[in-house]
Design a protein around this ligand. Structure first.
Ligand code: BES
Ligand code: ZN
Length: 377
């Protein structure tokens, strides 16, 4: 074993460094620069990185991103406060049209890929399926003139599964700010070669934001500011996709006003109250306060403040790039789904997996898009 001398908390399958698993391109000897929570970055092999994750340790993989901090947008360029919700009529109009039908159908398909691991063939195929579903929804629900304002693109990564970016161009000529709503499309078992349906983590967030996008374009949403939907690749590899995208935006000095991540939106633990978990660490506090107001104004359930305690999802990449980012999830951190990163992260594992709960997050996203993107009438 290349990591002899250290105890492993989790029993990993016996593997050979030269093992060639069909459909997964993984060089276990590849050197990666990994930053563990609260520590200086250090080099390790891909295999050691996988083992680190299996031990429950948390990290950023910054191999290609060592200069992201230096590109970071200066804080003073950030908006320090966000207005109270004031587009209630427009938001409520769209909320009425949200449904669980699309999310049910889309998540059944999305979880049918053996794994959406970012280095796997099926991870690439699931990304292509998602891209075709976005295109199909756009063709079906957007008017011809709205379609001219929408661009759908792949943000390429070296590992094969690309991040996806859909932009509804803003009408303003003098406000270049951008609103980003995101989820991660990849899934991962603790051991990458094993099946990973990733229903909650983060199939749920992926179809949650897709349903919001569908409802917005069906309502002929014409934002003043550009509103973008991002589906990141390789979150499970250490926030790789979102760091690459955030780095690209920072290098181009793109003016991202607000970013919000949806990662795990389906689980309501038995015996607990249904609520929205508003994450308060590695986020912008003003934007997070604004999100609380959105929950109070537009959702049928309350929020609870909670922490991951580490850079647990893609919002952290945008925070690192100096942008105002935020993150909402299914519950208080301690009540979240314990089946993630296993073959049991499935739609049908338990009645605790709830499409009605997910719909509350689609409402949140619609409100975020309209309140911050603004809608010219
Ligand atoms: N969705 C999880 C993070 C999470 C777990 C949020 C439990 C809320 C409750 C995310 O996809 C994930 O697995 N993140 C990694 C860290 C990442 C930087 C590789 C993790 O938590 O180990
Ligand atoms: Zn996740």
């Amino acid at each position: 074993m290349p990591f002899s001398g250290r105890e492993t908390a989790v029993q990993l399958p016996l593997i050979d460094n030269d093992l060639n698993y069909p459909g997964i391109e993984l060089d276990l000897n590849e050197r990666r620069l990994v930053q563990l929570h609260g520590q200086d970055p250090r080099w390790m092999t891909e295999l050691e990185k996988i083992e680190t994750k299996a031990q429950g340790l948390r990290f950023f993989d910054i191999t290609e991103m060592q200069d992201l901090d230096s590109l970071a947008r200066p804080r003073q360029l950030r908006k320090s406060s966000f207005p109270s919700p004031n587009s209630t009529e427009q938001v409520n109009f769209v909320l009425e049209t949200l449904s669980t039908a699309g999310p049910k159908e889309n998540l059944a398909k999305f979880t049918s890929f053996r794994t959406r691991y970012y280095r796997s063939d099926t991870g690439r195929q699931s990304q292509q399926w998602l891209l075709s579903k976005i295109s199909e929804i756009t063709a079906k629900y957007a008017s011809k003139s709205l379609r001219e304002q929408i661009s759908i693109s792949e943000f390429s990564h070296s590992w094969g599964q690309n991040s996806l970016i859909v932009s509804i161009n803003g009408s303003s000529v003098d406000d270049d700010s951008i609103i980003i709503i995101s989820a991660h499309q990849d899934s991962a078992n603790m051991w990458p070669f094993l099946p990973a349906p990733g229903a909650d983590d983060d199939g749920s967030g992926s179809v949650t934001i897709l349903e919001s996008y569908r409802a917005l374009i069906a309502a002929d949403f014409r934002p003043v500011r550009t509103v973008e939907f991002h589906w990141y690749s390789a979150e499970e590899g250490g926030l790789l996709g979102s760091q690459a995208v955030a780095k690209y935006y920072a290098a181009q000095s793109r003016n991202v006003l607000a970013m919000t991540q949806l990662d795990m939106t389906a689980w309501v633990k038995r015996g607990t109250r249904e609520e929205v978990g508003i994450i308060t660490d590695f986020v912008d506090p003003d934007l997070t306060d604004f999100n609380k107001k959105l929950v109070d104004t537009y959702l049928d359930i309350p929020y609870v403040e909670t922490e991951c305690g580490y850079a647990c999802s893609d919002h952290a990449s945008w925070a690192k790039a100096g942008y105002a980012s935020s993150y909402s999830q299914e519950s208080a951190f301690e009540n979240s789904n314990k089946n993630i990163h296993s073959g049991n992260d499935r739609i049908d594992i338990s009645p605790e997996f709830s499409f009605d709960h997910m719909l509350q997050f689609s409402k949140f996203v619609v409100a975020f898009a309209i309140e911050l993107g603004k809608w010219e009438s």
